[in-house]
Design a protein around this ligand. Sequence first.
Ligand SMILES: [Zn+2]
Length: 289
Amino acid sequence: MPELPEVEVVRRGLERHVVGATITRVDVLHPRPVRRDPRGPEGFALALTGQQILGACRRGKYFWLPLGSGDALLGHLGMSGQMLIQAPGAPDETHLRVRIVLEGGGETLELRFVDQRMFGGLSVSEGGAELPPEISHIARDPLDPAFDDADFVRRVRRRTAGVKRLLLDQNLISGVGNIYADEALWRAQIHGDRPGERLTGKQVRELLDQARFVMNEALGQGGTSFDSLYVDVNGESGYFDRSLHAYGREGEPCDRCGRPIRRMAFMNRSSYFCAHCQPVPRRSTRRST
Ligand SMILES: [Zn+2]
């Protein structure tokens, strides 16, 4: 599943390749990816055609392209979505769902939404150029310069929920997915079940610093693919496989203490941690076995 750094890679690619271009044609090849648009596939295409793209923005894992009309093209990659820039006439991808033809600087380009599993999608957000109302409830992410650290620390320390659950709470902080949460917790030596209210301010700040570190690291590695005309995103692409210390490493030795990394079920997914470096809080010992 694409996490925030990969979505930021996509945003930067879009910024570089499509800003200033005008949409001349839209083909919706499958209705499901535009299901969130109340206009339906034809209305979606109509609302985009003729519009100039003014920017490329992101909030958490959503990205949007502000349009000359004051609306925005809002997108989410879901589990398997990709935004590709292709030359016209390039063969269609097997899972091509939406084709957006662009003209800019005397050039024709295609912006293609490709998605095998179709949990992601595109929609036109009415009046959403500044910030689409559909996503205005989503908190800023820790890489956003306007993220308020002190406020985050205060809010975490008022909550009784486990800190990993809080890291994944989009109303509190956005863009920290399962992988980055596990990595930041390992680095900060905090177990994800530790209740927010039992962490010190210093620990929450440390966790935030570590989340930024792993996200920036992934961003640095993903950045190498900018140069091609191919804006790609693939959550399992191995951008950061080499630097993972906890996630997906069940049974492998902890890079700090050498004891095996453990896995436990977490909200239909898994959590990976070192039980020595990140002791399981007493209250949840029984539940987590
Ligand atoms: Zn360890």
